[in-house]
Design a protein around this ligand. Structure first.
Ligand SMILES: Cc1ncc(COP(=O)(O)O)c(C=O)c1O
Length: 279
């Protein structure tokens, strides 16, 4: 049973009960974070807590905990689960109130967190890479806020699976934005590109780590608009996220990417990532 935390109590996730009028359930009025844990230590914790605070502020939910409190909750969950490698999911909803779109004046945020085992990266994905399909972005204009209302992402992920692919990459006005739960990097002529941080992409924590690693590996890194044709003609494509780390895409829309093998630059950055997470 996964270990969880709900409004001050540690308990198995199966015993967590949320009232039906919780706005997280009724409106998807909630913010979340997912933090990877290596060797029983949360990875990039400060960056995740900063993004959590930013997302909450953007939708005017007051952060129910100080950074110190969050650290305590996360440490306790890791200790209770007794897992070295796991992930921590945190969700804060606006709380319980009579159903009305307007923000309630007096609701107490609901705080839910759980720890999940997290298997090591699939060797096949590392050696052969992933497949992806492109889809028209039909999401809203605030993809920079980590909200739980992810129905468009869920639908597009299923679209990818139905097409025997691992991930769907969102395209809007010919711009390559991000995957359904990943950021996207493109390599062309030994230069690395990823979409700039703005309202159309989630500011991924792993994205930032990978941007820094690309710089550290002395590769030219460009945070600028990537066009659909750049993606199609890419030498390499990488997907990054807290659970995927940095994975190569070797097939796009049923066509090979580069030579259809995980690329040379990806290998360098992936190796640097592994060194960073287990110093
Ligand atoms: C839409 C989207 N983009 C990017 C990411 C990657 O973000 P991170 O590296 O912080 O996990 C996620 C992760 O859930 C996501 O949902």
């Amino acid at each position: 049973m996964s270990q969880a935390y709900l409004n001050g109590q540690y308990l198995p996730v199966e015993e967590c009960r949320i009232p039906a009028l919780d706005r997280g359930f009724i409106f998807g009025d909630a913010i979340y974070e997912l933090i990877p844990v290596y060797s029983a230590q949360p990875f990039q914790l400060q960056a995740h807590l900063t993004r959590l605070q930013r997302s909450l502020a953007q939708v005017r939910i007051s952060n129910p905990h100080s950074e110190y409190d969050w650290q305590q909750i996360i440490s306790q969950l890791i200790a209770n689960a007794n897992l070295d490698q796991c992930s921590i999911y945190i969700q804060v909803t606006r709380g319980v109130a009579a159903r009305d779109h307007a923000y309630p004046t007096a609701a107490t945020p609901t705080v839910f967190a759980m720890v999940n085992p997290w298997p090591k990266q699939d060797e096949m994905m590392l050696s052969q890479g992933l497949s992806a399909v492109t889809v028209e972005d039909m999401r809203w204009n605030r993809c920079d806020i980590k909200v739980t209302s992810l129905l468009a992402n869920v639908m597009m992920k299923q679209h990818a699976i139905d097409a025997q692919a691992h991930e769907a990459i969102f395209i809007r006005d010919n711009a390559v934005l991000e995957g359904s739960s990943t950021n996207v990097f493109v390599v062309s002529k030994e230069h690395v590109y990823t979409a700039p941080k703005n309202n159309l992409v989630l500011p991924g924590i792993t994205r930032d780590v990978v941007v820094d690693l690309v710089h550290a590996c002395n590769m030219p890194m460009h945070e600028e608009a990537v066009r659909m044709e750049d993606l199609i003609n890419a030498d390499e494509i990488w997907l990054t996220s807290s659970t995927k780390e940095c994975l190569p895409v070797t097939q796009l829309n049923q066509q090979p990417v580069g030579n259809a093998q995980p690329g040379k630059l990806w290998h360098t950055v992936y190796t640097a990532f592994q060194a960073l997470k287990s110093p």
